[in-house]
Design a protein around this ligand. Structure first.
Ligand code: 13P
Ligand code: SF4
Length: 324
């Protein structure tokens, strides 16, 4: 099947992009890989059709940033955190912020739907990713406004801690006093990492390095030696190829780091923390899509409503500009 997939990709001049959390067999044949920000930047430059193996918001962002190319996804798999930020809930938060006379600017994690990004664009806000959250929040702070950070409360709180400002989840006691007011969302995979697991590994290997993604809870991030996006974690591992480490992020990625770079890596969990959405995409799905394209019966082509795309692009472009 791999041979046929490679043949069809070449025949139709299609670029294959994959996020680090995808299954190994897909990740290993991808032309473009990276964290969310890198993938957005790389795919924005393409001039030929794209197949994106990842979650829906990634394919949507690629289409919004590069509307002239066809973007396909073998599976339209939704990130559970993006799903949490339902339009009605976000609108309710915004109403409450207005009712309390809070002068705010929204900063929205890229793990969100195009509709939510469009609301953020209309309000003059910016998108951020895990690797750019600090820079974007700094940009927002400079405008002397409070920040409405959505949907990941953990990324919001962890970024606030790094920048020495105060964050609270909206409707939490005295939330109005915070500099960063967070939507009450989280990642179902990264919430699985617990301080107890860090204690367990530290007891077993006193010199162990603890490495985690900023979607983990503030309690977990506080105990870590390094907190970063997937690409930042990859670079950290490359720079520490022999040290014993326990890594708190998605299983496929951690296992690949162990396979390819450092055999002394442990998953910071007693379970297998796979992202169900990222894991939906299989080689068979990729093959079936390519066959359909070959037979001129393509499906799962990403389309975004023109008005939504226009406003979502404003918010995405603000991030692109700040992280240039
Ligand atoms: P990165 O931008 O760090 O790759 O994160 C994407 C993601 O969904 C993490 O759960
Ligand atoms: Fe979404 Fe979490 Fe999966 Fe990342 S790991 S895509 S935030 S559900």
């Amino acid at each position: 099947m791999i041979k046929e997939i490679k043949y069809l990709l070449k025949k139709h001049n299609i670029t294959l992009a994959a996020h680090y959390y995808e299954k190994d067999e897909i990740f290993d044949i991808a032309d473009l890989t990276g964290d969310s920000l890198e993938l957005a930047k790389k795919t924005a430059k393409l001039k030929k059709p794209l197949i994106f193996c990842g979650v829906s918001f990634m394919g949507e962002s690629a289409k919004i940033l590069n509307p002239s190319i066809p973007v396909f996804m073998p599976r339209l798999a939704d990130c559970s955190m993006a799903r949490m930020a339902e339009i009605e809930k976000v609108k309710k938060d915004i109403e409450l912020l207005k009712k309390e006379n809070i002068n705010f600017i929204p900063v929205c994690y890229v793990n969100s739907s195009a509709k939510i990004k469009a609301i953020v664009g209309e309000l003059g806000g910016s998108i951020c990713t895990s690797s750019s959250a600090e820079k974007i929040v700094q940009w927002a702070i400079k405008q002397n406004k409070k920040i409405y950070f959505l949907p990941d409360k953990n990324l919001g709180k962890n970024t606030a801690k790094k920048l020495g400002v105060k964050a609270k989840v909206i409707r939490e006691k005295n939330w109005q006093e915070a500099d960063i007011i967070c939507f009450d969302g989280h990642c179902s995979v990264h919430q699985l990492f617990m301080p107890e697991q860090i204690e367990f590994y530290k007891e077993k290997f006193p010199d162990i390095k603890i490495v985690v993604h900023p979607e983990c809870s503030p309690e977990v991030c506080k105990m870590a030696d390094f907190v970063g996006s997937t690409s930042q974690i990859l670079n950290y591992v490359k720079n520490h190829p022999k040290e014993t480490m326990a890594i708190g992020t998605e299983f496929n990625f951690v296992n690949r780091l162990k396979r390819d770079i450092n055999p002394n890596i442990y998953v910071l969990s007693s379970t297998k923390p796979e992202c169900p959405s990222m894991n939906e995409t299989t080689m068979q799905n990729l093959y079936d899509l390519l066959k359909a394209i070959d037979e001129e019966q393509p499906y799962n082509e990403i389309k975004v409503d023109e008005n939504i795309a226009k406003n979502a692009l404003k918010a995405l472009n603000t991030m692109m500009e700040i992280t240039k």
